[in-house]
Design a binder for this molecule. Structure first.
Ligand code: 5CA
Ligand code: ZN
Length: 384
């Protein structure tokens, strides 16, 4: 990430949850990575405008509600509330705006209308359900965000919510913008006809309407690099006739459990709320997830957590001592490592070195324990 001028507001959009299940450690790792970005910017003296969405209407939510004979609205509200509680417990700095898809439907409809008018969108050739699709080649620069070749795009498109086989589309990679109402599905009246929005256009519109076009960071997990972020960018770029949607696309690695990506659809989940209920300190969850680099796919294991708990105890003990070795060099290294693409393993190692010296050799600097505690709090979000 390149620094922007001091005093200028940094603008970040991070893709939020689809609230059909509780927050697991994979979600937490992604939001913690962007929390570090936020903290870096604050430390550098910037103001931050941070927006996040909640995908409070989409197929997975409806499927889960049907499975559990739950009301999809109640399910979404309940899981969103739990997510916010988990994020607060993890000391994640909240976005200034947390925006639902449903509340954004009027602005989304307006954008789809314009895309239809400009020819970037079209209705499928289907008399019963003339859904609206996006011509993925409308901008001429489709594919620049993920840099995948077409076979890879096709594979991920099919795997991650796309519908390559939908009859009536001009191209298998064209993405849904507006789904006309189906029997038994929620829908909203609009000038497009009653229906509901596609997934990518939701984030595209929510981001640009709040942050402006060409904002600094579009974030999420690496599973969103394609199709989601590619299409969000293409929709906005087709609308604006400008490029790029965001200056940096930042993707966090996937957290796995027992050799597989942790995912709601696979059900191999460790929930933040369960760990909290078991008395696990949120600082230990942070340390465990920060022990690996944010971009790396990595595994969650009980040993990782145990190691983080032991480290947290050592750090707490060291900052409670009446004195320690000087803090300034350690804080400088902590800042430098985090500024280097959020290199948390080395940032942690820098604090570890100070802690080890404080615990073994003590130290005469009576201000340093407090300074280290404040730096760890501000930069890593961990309360010692
Ligand atoms: N609502 C959409 C984004 S608009 C969505 O992907 N929701 S989600 O609930 O499935 O995921 C929320 C965030 O957590 C996304 O940024 C996603 O990339 C990230 N995420 C999901 N699973 C993992 C995982 N196992 N490891 C790391 N991040 C993950
Ligand atoms: Zn999104």
């Amino acid at each position: 990430m390149r620094p922007v001028a001091a005093g200028k507001t940094a603008r970040m959009y991070v893709c939020g949850i689809t609230p059909y299940d509780a927050t697991h450690l994979g979600h937490a790792a992604t939001y913690l990575a962007f929390d570090l970005v936020y903290r870096q910017w604050l430390d550098a003296g910037h103001e931050v405008h941070y927006v996040q969405n909640v995908t409070d209407i989409d197929d997975p939510l409806l499927e889960r509600a049907a499975r559990d004979q739950d009301d999809w609205v109640v399910l979404g509200m309940r899981e969103t509330a739990l997510f916010r509680e988990d994020m607060t417990a993890l000391r994640v700095l909240p976005p200034q705006q947390l925006v639902g898809a449903v509340e954004s439907i009027p602005e989304i409809v307006e954008v789809i209308d314009k895309l239809l008018a400009s020819g970037a969108a079209y209705r499928v050739d289907d008399a019963e359900y003339p859904d609206v699709y996006f011509d993925h080649n409308a901008t001429g620069s489709f594919g620049y965000e993920s840099n995948y070749d077409e076979p890879t795009m096709m594979e991920y498109f099919a795997e991650r919510g796309g519908d390559p086989g939908r009859a009536g589309k001009r191209h298998p990679l064209d993405a849904l913008l507006w789904r006309m109402a189906r029997e038994g599905e929620p829908s909203w009246e609009s000038e497009l006809g009653a229906g509901r929005p596609g997934w990518h256009v939701e984030c595209s519109v929510i981001a640009v309407n709040r942050l402006g076009f060409g904002f600094d960071v579009q974030g999420g997990g690496s599973d969103l690099a394609f199709p989601h972020h590619e299409y969000s960018a293409a929709h906005a770029e087709a609308l604006a006739g400008d490029h790029p949607f965001a200056r940096f696309y930042v993707h966090a690695g996937m957290i796995g459990l027992d050799g597989e990506k942790m995912s709601k659809s696979r059900g191999n989940l460790v929930f933040v709320s369960k760990l909290r209920a078991a008395g696990v300190d949120p600082g230990a969850m942070r340390l465990a997830l920060f022990a690996g680099h944010y971009r790396a796919n990595r595994a969650w294991t009980p040993a990782l957590l145990a190691e983080a708990e032991a480290r947290l105890a050592r750090w707490r003990e060291a900052v409670s001592l009446p004195g320690g070795p000087p803090a300034s060099e350690t804080i400088g290294r902590l800042r430098d490592h985090l500024a280097d693409d959020l290199d948390t393993p080395n940032a942690i190692a820098a604090v570890d070195a100070w802690v080890a010296e404080a615990r073994t050799r003590r130290g005469a600097d009576v201000t340093s324990p407090r300074l280290i505690r404040d730096a760890v709090d501000a930069l890593l979000g961990i309360a010692l």
